[in-house]
Design a protein. Structure first.
Length: 80
């Protein structure tokens, strides 16, 4: 029991530190990003692309793509 709980806690600690370090590592290795995606509101994202000079080049607003089958949205008429 304690071993499982310890492993779960260790996993959570490792995972909580990974995303920020991964982003820093990617910037150090490859330089600044050429595009970024921001969540405007649930289901709607804004993607920004940058030119070689680092200036904003293009904005795209569109629906958020589902990351898992459970996030696929259905029209209201199909939900009942």
């Amino acid at each position: 029991m304690w071993l499982r709980l310890s492993l779960v806690c260790l996993f959570c600690v490792v995972q909580s530190g990974f995303p920020s370090k991964a982003g820093e590592t990617m910037r150090q290795r490859y330089g600044p990003p050429v595009s970024e995606t921001f969540l405007v509101r649930p289901g709607l994202v804004l993607s920004a692309s940058y030119g070689k000079n680092g200036q904003l080049c293009e904005l795209f607003i569109g629906p958020q793509k589902p990351t898992s089958p459970n996030q696929i949205c259905r029209p209201d008429s199909e939900i009942n």
